[in-house]
Write a protein of this length. Structure first.
Lengths: 310, 366
C-alpha cells in the first residue's frame, strides 16, 4: 500500500514505483524466431512472384531482346507494342482484332451469368434456410450431389439440349450453363449464411406481416452484403477463368477471352511472339486479379461468415 | 381446473403438435380470459415456447383449433391473428432505426403515414423511448432493445400480446425492473397477455394465472398462490418455490384414530391436512416448504421433532438451515437473526395443514 503522500508529486513518484514494468513489452526485431518466420515468408513469396515478374518483363521487351535468352534481365528498351498487339491486332483464325473481341465476349458472358446465378441461388438459399417447405431436405441433397458430378459427364447431354432449344453456340446458352453449374455451391453458401442468422428475426418479420418476398428483400437482403460479395467474387473469377464451357458451347466469334488467349498462344504459324503471348496472358488474368485485390478482406470475412454454421 | 370462461380472448381446443413421431403438445386445452395475464411456466423442452409459436401461427399444428377473439385462426397467417410478439433475442431488424423497426409492420400493412406517426408517438411515449427513435438497435442497451421490441407489438394495436422469454437475456437487475414495467404496461393497456418463461419469480409476480407445463401437457392452471400452496402433483410442487419444497418419503397409515404419515421413526398426524380424495394406506411423499417449518419455536405445533443442524446457508434476507429428518435431507428457512450454529441440536415444528401429500407412484396430490 502507498502511504498518504506529503505532496501530490510524491504520490506520483510512489505510484510509478509501484507500477513496475510499463508500456509495451520490448521485442527483438532480429530474434531467431523472426528471422526464420520472415525468411520463409520472403522465399515463398519470391517463388510465387517470379513467374509474374518474368511475364511482365518479357511482355515489355522487343523480340530481338528476347532472343538473347536472358529471361530474368529487365528490359533495356521498354516497349508497349506487344500489349497493343495482343489487345487489338493479334490474329486468331480469321479474326485479327486481338483479345478485345474475347474481352467483350467474356464481359457479356460473365455479367449476366453472375447476376442470374446469384439472384436465383440467394432466393434458393433463403427458401431452404427459412421456409422449411415439404421436400426441402431432399431438394437440398439433390443440389449437393449435383456439386459433385464431374462436368465432363454432362457436357454432351447439354450440347444436345441446347441444340434442341436452338441456343447452341450463342452467349445466352453459355450464360444459362454457367448459371446452372454455379447453383449448387452458391445455394449452399447462401443457405449456410441465412441459417446463421437468428431465426427470431424471421419470425418477427412474419408476425409483422411480411411475406416471402417482403422478408427476403427488406430484412434478409440488407443484412447479407458480405455473402453477396463472396458470391460475386466466386462467380466472377470462376466464370471469367472458365475455358471448358467456353470452348464447347460457343463459336469462334463468340469465344470468351480464355479460349481466344489459348488460340493466340498456341497458334503454330510463324514466329512465336513471346512478348505478345505474355501480354495477352496478363491481360486475360487482369480481371480476377483486380477482383482479388479490391475485395481481399471482404472475401475472407464473407467466407468466415458463411462457414460458421453447416 | 377453473370453470369454463365465457367469451375467452384466446381459446385453444384439443391442440396437438407432432414433429415426426415425436409428440410435442398433446391434446392441449387452454382458455384465456379477456385482459388476463397468463404465464406458461415450465422447464426447457416442456413445449411452452412451442405452444406460444402455435398461437402466433409460426408453427403449423397437427390437430385441434385455435380461436382468438372468437375467430377461428387455426390456419390464418400470423399477421391476421391480431397478435403481437416479443422475442427473447429482441429480434430487432439491425439495419433499421428504432423508428423504422416500430413502423415496419405498419408499412407492410400499408397504413397511412400520419397514422403510423401517431401510433409510433404513442408507443414511444408509453415505453419512454422517444430519445432513441433515430438510433440503430446496435446502439441500444439490452433493456432499451427489449423496450423497442415491446413497442413493435404495441404499435400494431393487437388484441393479444405474446411474450417469449422476453427477459431471459437481461441481467438480474434489469430483469427485475422490466418485470415491473411489463406489469404496469398490462395494467395500463389491459390487453390479454400470454407470457412464456422458465423463471418462477417472473411467473409468480406477473401472472393472473399460471399454466405449469411438462412434457407438452399443462400440469396445473391456476392462480399463482393456489399453485404455490396446493400443487396438484409432485412435479409442480418441486418446480415452484426457491428454495425448493422438502420431500420426505414414507407411507400413510390409518392408526390411533386418524390418518398418519410415517417415515423412519417419524409419525406426523394429518388431522389438520385437507385431503383432496379419500386416502388409502400405502407409500406416499410428504412435502412441505422450508418457510412453513419453524425452528426452536417451542411446543404448540401439531407436529415437532428433534434434529441436528448440518449446514447453514445465509441468503441475506434469511437463512436456509439444512438438517436431517427421517434420515432424509430437510431444509428450514429462518430469519437471519435466528440462525443456529453448525451441529446445534434443534427442534423443528410445523402444521401439516400447510403441507402437500403426494401419491408415491403417480405423484398426484392426495
Amino acid at each position: 500500500m502507498v502511504d498518504v503522500a506529503a505532496s501530490p508529486s510524491d504520490a506520483i513518484v510512489l505510484r510509478r514505483d509501484e507500477a513496475g514494468p510499463a508500456g509495451a513489452k520490448p521485442r527483438h526485431a532480429l530474434s531467431r524466431r523472426n528471422i526464420f518466420l520472415y525468411g520463409t515468408l520472403i522465399v515463398v513469396a519470391l517463388y510465387y512472384l517470379l513467374p509474374l515478374y518474368v511475364m511482365i518483363v518479357t511482355s515489355l521487351k522487343g523480340m530481338p531482346e528476347i532472343r538473347l535468352g536472358n529471361i530474368f534481365s529487365p528490359p533495356v528498351e521498354i516497349t508497349f507494342e506487344p500489349w497493343v498487339k495482343a489487345w487489338a491486332t493479334a490474329c486468331t483464325g480469321l479474326n485479327c482484332d486481338g483479345l478485345s473481341r474475347g474481352f467483350w465476349n467474356s464481359v457479356r458472358i460473365t455479367v449476366p451469368s453472375v447476376l442470374l446465378s446469384i439472384a436465383i441461388a440467394s432466393v434458393n438459399g433463403y427458401a431452404l434456410a427459412n421456409w422449411r417447405f415439404k421436400g426441402a431436405d431432399t431438394f437440398f441433397i439433390i443440389l449437393i450431389v449435383g456439386a459433385f458430378i464431374p462436368y465432363q459427364v454432362m457436357i454432351y447431354p447439354i450440347v444436345i439440349i441446347l441444340r434442341e432449344i436452338g441456343i447452341y453456340g450463342t452467349l445466352t446458352g453459355l450464360v444459362i450453363v454457367h448459371s446452372i453449374f454455379g447453383m449448387p455451391i452458391l445455394t449452399l453458401l447462401f443457405r449456410n449464411y441465412f441459417t446463421s442468422m437468428p431465426e427470431e428475426l424471421f419470425r418477427a418479420a412474419r408476425v409483422d406481416g411480411a411475406g416471402f418476398w417482403g422478408i427476403y428483400l427488406r430484412i434478409m437482403l440488407p443484412m447479407s452484403l458480405p455473402i453477396f460479395v463472396v458470391a460475386i467474387i466466386l462467380q466472377v473469377t470462376g466464370i471469367w477463368n472458365d475455358f471448358l464451357f467456353g470452348v464447347v458451347y460457343t463459336r469462334p466469334d463468340t469465344y470468351p477471352m480464355t479460349v481466344q488467349l489459348n488460340n493466340i498462344v498456341n497458334s503454330v504459324q510463324g514466329v512465336k511472339e513471346y512478348n505478345v503471348n505474355m501480354a495477352a496472358t496478363i491481360l486475360t488474368g487482369l480481371v480476377p486479379l483486380i477482383v482479388y485485390f479490391i475485395s481481399g478482406k471482404l472475401f475472407v470475412r464473407g467466407i468466415a461468415a458463411g462457414a460458421v454454421k453447416g | 381446473m377453473a370453470a369454463a370462461i365465457a367469451n375467452p380472448s384466446v381459446s385453444i381446443q384439443d391442440l396437438s403438435l407432432n414433429f415426426g413421431v415425436m409428440s410435442v403438445l398433446k391434446t392441449l386445452n387452454l382458455d384465456v380470459a379477456e385482459g388476463e395475464f397468463i404465464v406458461l411456466l415450465g422447464p426447457s423442452g416442456c413445449g411452452k415456447s412451442t405452444l406460444l409459436n402455435c398461437i402466433a401461427g409460426l408453427l403449423d399444428i397437427s390437430e385441434g383449433r385455435i380461436f382468438i377473439k372468437g375467430k377461428n385462426v387455426t390456419w390464418e397467417e400470423p399477421k391476421d391473428r391480431g397478435i403481437g410478439m416479443v422475442f427473447q433475442s429482441y429480434a430487432l431488424y439491425p439495419q433499421m432505426t428504432v423508428e423504422k423497426n416500430l413502423s415496419f409492420g405498419l408499412r407492410v400493412a400499408g397504413l397511412a403515414k400520419d397514422e403510423i406517426a401517431k401510433r409510433i408517438a404513442r408507443a414511444a411515449e408509453i415505453l419512454q423511448i422517444e430519445p432513441l427513435l433515430q438510433r440503430k438497435p446496435s446502439a441500444l442497451s439490452g433493456g432499451q432493445r427489449q423496450r423497442v421490441a415491446i413497442g413493435r407489438a404495441l404499435v400494431r394495436d393487437v388484441d393479444v400480446f405474446l411474450f417469449d422469454e422476453p427477459l431471459s437475456n437481461l441481467d438480474a437487475k434489469l430483469r427485475a425492473e422490466l418485470r415491473v414495467e411489463i406489469k404496469l404496461l398490462h395494467r395500463k393497456l389491459e390487453n390479454t397477455m400470454i407470457y412464456v418463461t422458465h423463471d418462477q419469480i417472473e411467473a409468480m409476480t406477473l401472472a393472473d394465472r399460471i399454466a405449469v407445463m411438462k412434457g407438452g401437457v399443462i400440469q396445473q392452471l391456476d392462480a399463482p398462490q393456489t399453485i404455490y400452496n396446493r400443487p396438484v402433483n409432485r412435479f409442480v410442487a418441486g418446480f415452484l418455490g426457491s428454495p425448493a419444497m422438502n420431500f420426505v418419503d414414507g407411507h400413510l397409515e390409518n392408526a390411533d384414530g386418524g390418518w398418519h404419515f410415517l417415515a423412519d421413526g417419524l409419525k406426523i398426524p394429518l388431522s389438520t391436512y385437507g385431503f383432496d380424495r379419500q386416502p388409502e394406506p400405502g407409500p406416499a411423499v410428504f412435502g412441505i416448504r422450508p418457510e412453513h417449518v419453524s425452528l426452536n419455536s417451542g411446543a404448540g405445533w401439531p407436529f415437532s421433532a428433534a434434529s441436528k443442524v448440518e449446514v447453514v446457508e445465509p441468503m441475506g434476507s434469511d437463512t436456509l438451515v439444512w438438517l436431517q429428518l427421517a434420515q432424509q435431507k430437510f431444509s428450514v428457512r429462518v430469519t437471519s437473526e435466528r440462525t443456529p450454529g453448525n451441529d446445534e441440536a434443534v427442534t423443528v415444528g410445523f402444521d401439516p395443514m400447510r403441507a402437500s401429500l403426494f401419491d408415491a407412484q403417480t405423484g398426484n396430490r392426495l
